[in-house]
Design a binder for this molecule. Structure first.
Ligand SMILES: Nc1ncnc2c1ncn2[C@@H]1O[C@H](COP(=O)(O)OP(=O)(O)OP(=O)(O)O)[C@@H](O)[C@H]1O
Ligand SMILES: [Mg+2]
Length: 408
């Protein structure tokens, strides 16, 4: 059976899991009709380090989704992350030809904003429009038809290493899939967990996965800052395994069941049974001790996020606070600790804005997968990548096509 043309598939290639989310475009929006979830092999800190293992994991996650929907998946929207990602703001200024802004003027201002020198080993992933300025009036979303002499376009440009983007496309192509688009993971997560009001008021989106922490800062409805840190929940798991001399799988279970980011929230008398390497029987350990391992690591991670926040210059403009998503958002006490470190109101972000398998998808670890579907839908409707990245799309689009042809 051929793929329903009205479906959009998100493929989230994460450090710990690969998930495929199948969305169907209906009159009232996107309905999730199927998904596939498999452990991820071959990814480290958000970047592919073993092609064969990654291809196998993608295959399994896609096959599982295909079984759930009953048709073959051909095209996916996939994400990109890793510490190679760099985001920066750029602007372009032009004189308005006929003293009234025409489409051509907007295009020329955008072209001027995009014309920055990018090193050969880097690829443009997104060019995201922030606002236009006509003469001295800033904060304009659509300047078409306005009178003035000078037009300025402000954009946020995201670049990543060419090889990382290539590897994502090659791996996906090797499973027989075509890549419709590559989206920065925190942008995808933001698409599914943030409200338009939050983006307007100013919000910091933090996706803490297994191997990376992805940050995106929005203000006045536009993206202002992006960053990817090579730290995630797996660092907490390995700290627990080392600190308690327990196998990694047991450390992961203990973290999920008893872990808490704030030691003061845990009763001093409570004990837990911890399996220990070299011992037959689990040892009873104070739960507080477990939290004393978790809290400093989580504090360290949040302090790095706080540094990014200060670097962005938007600390004072985040009236909507911070939204934490990704699997690690489920760690108990994370909201309380994050509020202390970031000095912002914090909430946990669950994927929203879709119908269908809402119970199954009601977990922060699906924020990117669901967001990829929503982003893919928007890009298709607008005909652009991220609402303005025609240049990025054509460049990347050519490569996608070229690489796809290579493997066939
Ligand atoms: N209940 C829980 N409590 C604490 N941590 C949890 C819980 N559930 C999942 N996690 C952690 O969430 C992390 C996985 O999150 P997620 O699925 O968002 O990551 P990923 O997308 O695979 O990785 P990345 O985005 O970093 O490449 C793991 O470190 C896991 O231990
Ligand atoms: Mg992730």
């Amino acid at each position: 059976m051929s793929k329903n043309p009205e479906t959009i598939v998100g493929l989230d290639i994460g450090t710990t899991k690969i998930c495929t989310v199948v969305g169907e475009v209906r009159e009232n929006g996107i309905t999730i009709i199927g998904c596939g979830l498999q452990p991820s092999r071959g990814i480290k800190k958000g970047v592919i380090i073993n092609m064969d293992s990654t291809v196998e994991s993608i295959k399994k996650a896609v096959e599982e989704a295909e079984k759930s929907v009953g048709f073959n998946i051909k095209t996916v929207v996939t994400g990109i992350a890793g510490s190679h990602i760099k985001g920066f703001n750029s602007n372009g200024v032009i004189p308005i030809k006929d003293k009234e802004v025409k489409k051509g003027d907007i295009r020329r201002a955008m072209d001027a904003a995009k014309s920055v020198v990018i090193p050969m080993d880097r690829e443009v992933i997104h060019i995201l429009p922030q606002e236009f300025v006509v003469d001295d009036q800033d904060g304009i979303k659509d300047p078409l038809g306005l009178s003035g002499g000078r037009l300025e376009a402000r954009v946020h440009i995201v670049t990543g290493s060419v090889t990382s983007a290539q590897n994502i496309i090659r791996c996906t192509n090797r499973t027989g899939l075509n890549v419709q688009d590559i989206v920065l993971q925190p942008l995808a997560s933001g698409e599914s967990v943030l409200t338009e009001d939050e983006k307007e008021l100013g919000v910091m989106l933090i996706d803490i996965g297994g191997g990376t922490t992805d940050i995106a800062i929005f203000s006045k409805g536009s993206i202002r800052y992006t960053a990817v840190l090579p730290l995630g929940g797996d660092h907490i798991t390995s700290d627990i395994a080392i600190g308690m001399r327990s196998p990694l799988s047991a450390a992961e279970d203990i973290k999920r069941q008893y872990g808490c980011a704030l030691t003061s929230m845990v009763d001093s008398k409570e004990t837990i049974d911890v399996p220990t390497i070299g011992e037959n029987k689990p040892r009873p350990i104070a739960r507080k001790m477990l939290c004393q391992i978790i809290q400093p690591r989580m504090e360290e991670m949040l302090t790095l996020m706080q540094k990014e926040l200060l670097k962005s210059g938007f600390k004072e403009f985040l009236s909507a606070g911070a939204v934490i998503t990704g699997g690690t958002a489920l760690l108990k006490g994370i909201v309380e600790l994050a509020e202390q470190v970031l000095h912002l109101p914090v909430r946990v972000g669950y994927p929203q804005g879709v119908g269908g398998l809402t119970d199954a998808m009601n977990n922060p670890m699906y924020a990117t997968g669901v967001g990829l579907v929503l982003f893919g839908r928007r890009a298709k409707t607008n005909g652009v990548n991220g609402g303005g990245g025609k240049h990025a799309m054509s460049k990347l689009g050519q490569k996608v096509k070229q690489w796809f042809e290579e493997v066939l």
